[in-house]
Design a protein. Structure first.
Length: 173
């Protein structure tokens, strides 16, 4: 730990690259006042209001789909169509999804990324149980497939919109 301290100290001793005054420490980020302006007077690095509205709608859709998938998994394994002779331990399968709720509410991009990978496990379970089970369990498996597909699509759209910050480049001939 002590060996790392000089490296950290050396990073904070850097100066601002565009500053005529070399006494200003460089933190690696430019203050908002120093961001270049786009053509429509929005600051590069910030989303326009229309995109922010889309991002917020997608976040709400993601949270709703995630909670619906959690409720479906719990209700399915505990009340609606539990396995015969089962103790309800299969309801613990929704535990990883509950970890994603806080991250999606707090707009953490990393959560959306790992959730889009995790959701394929629930999709696969739904497909397997829809083809092997019968009755109520088969219908619930179809709902799980639909919810997991919708959550994947909404999550990837959310990540795509969040990563699109810069305005399109002007075409040069």
């Amino acid at each position: 730990m002590v060996a790392m301290m000089p490296a950290i100290r050396a990073r904070t001793d850097m100066t601002h690259p565009e500053s005529p005054d070399s006494n200003i420490p460089f933190t690696g980020r430019l203050p908002k006042s120093e961001f270049p302006q786009a053509r429509d007077n929005t600051v590069i690095g910030e989303h326009p209001p229309e995109r922010l509205a889309q991002i917020n709608r997608l976040r709400l859709i993601n949270v709703a789909l995630l909670i619906a998938l959690i409720v479906l998994g719990l209700a399915w394994e505990l009340w609606l169509a539990p396995l015969k002779g089962g103790t309800g331990y299969l309801a613990l399968k929704v535990l990883p999804l509950t970890l994603a709720v806080a991250g999606t509410i707090k707009n953490r991009l990393y959560t959306y990324r790992w959730m889009s990978l995790l959701i394929w496990l629930y999709f696969t379970e739904g497909v397997v149980r829809a083809s092997n089970d019968s009755g109520t369990s088969q219908a619930l498996a179809g709902i799980e497939v639909a919810l997991s597909t919708a959550l994947f699509i909404a999550g990837t759209l959310y990540v795509r919109l969040r990563l699109r910050i810069l305005p399109p480049k002007a075409k040069t001939k």
